[in-house]
Design a protein around this ligand. Sequence first.
Ligand code: NAD
Length: 426
Amino acid sequence: MSDTTTQEKKLQQNHKQSPYDSMLARFNQAADIIGLDQRFRDILSVPERTILVNLPVKLDDGTTRVFQGYRVVHSTVLGPSKGGIRFAPFVDLDEVKALAGWMSFKTALVGLPYGGAKGGIALNPKVRSQDELERITRAYTRALKEVFGEDSDIPAPDMGTSSREMAWIFHEYSRIYGYTPGVVTGKPTHLGGSKGRVQATGWGVMRSTMQAIEKLGMDPKKITCAVQGFGNVGTWTAKFLKDEGLKIVAVSDHTGGYYNEKGLNISDAVSYVRVNGTLSGYEGATKISNDDLLTLKVDVLIPAAIENVITEKNAGDIKARLIVEGANGPISAGADAILESKEILIVPDILANAGGVTVSYFEWVQNRRGHYYSEEEIGEKTYPILYEAFENVWQTRQKYNCTMRLAAYVVAIERLATGIDLEGNF
Ligand code: NAD
């Protein structure tokens, strides 16, 4: 079976504006604001390591297929590199480089002792059997066994992967080096995963949405919201925001958007996806397109699927007052200025979705100490980190009179540059 469906090829065309160019454009704008020294620009605008692996894997039908995988380590200045692994048909080096850079800025922004990395394999997990996915994941782990390590590079789930793949990575790596749960985060709790990790990113997106709503003086009970993407991040974000009193009027996945002006029953939609695999055929709402979802007349818009869904083409049509980036890179660099001119507040990805890596950090700490926290303890430890990061970005935005995105980059770049400077090894 093919790893790229026609529908996915169409999505891919939009997606293939270079996410790396988008990342660099923001980096350079933020660097200009603080007059960043050229040597820091040179170091931080390229990844430390770029690894491409070709993985021959036997398929269920007995044939062998070579899958292309990537791991990009953007920076290890502030600690071992940290970042998820994506399984998607459109994964390529440009995308993984951008995602790795965003991870460095994210971990620096929230103050975790990590650098940034990202990995991916170009495949469609929906057309691969569980056995094939296991063989591919184990082959990828073996190919990167000298890169991964609890003190060097620590993967986690991202789009198309979950605790299941993390368990395989943990097991394959431990077969080679002995029991090493801290080599990967986002594991099942039975295998050293942290309580609260599955929902952590969505919970963090909810927290930063609520903080932004408060700053804007909006009343949560009167807010309508649309969420694009109904996977890990989108489902938990929608659920938590509904719990906070927001009316979720639309959600979507790659099959399209689902709209109900009276508000969707999120638990019902989640159960539907659990049984059917996608939202296709969901009857609790009217079918709309993903493009329509983005331009709905709602107060809050949460893109939580893929990169570059809001570009120069549709930014002018966005009606939301607040956009919170659950996904990494959902807004292209060119769209930023248009949204800013419309006075739409954007809580940027490296801040909004940092809940996942923060709880991953606590998973790594627990694995290394052999001492495990309750879900309440995880919440108590994570909340102040995210809250402080938001406040810091808010103040930096006021200081430089810039967008929240550029303020977030400024905070991250200053920390990274200080780290490089203190290392002093030039
Ligand atoms: P996932 O694979 O669990 O879900 C992705 C969802 O997006 C699915 O519902 C899929 O159908 C949908 N989708 C794909 N293409 C789409 C399109 N063109 N339009 C609308 N929907 C589309 O992935 P996830 O883990 O929820 O990740 C989503 C985003 O959040 C990614 O950008 C990822 O990098 C980012 N992120 C994830 C985590 C995490 O902990 N999982 C942490 C930080 C950031």
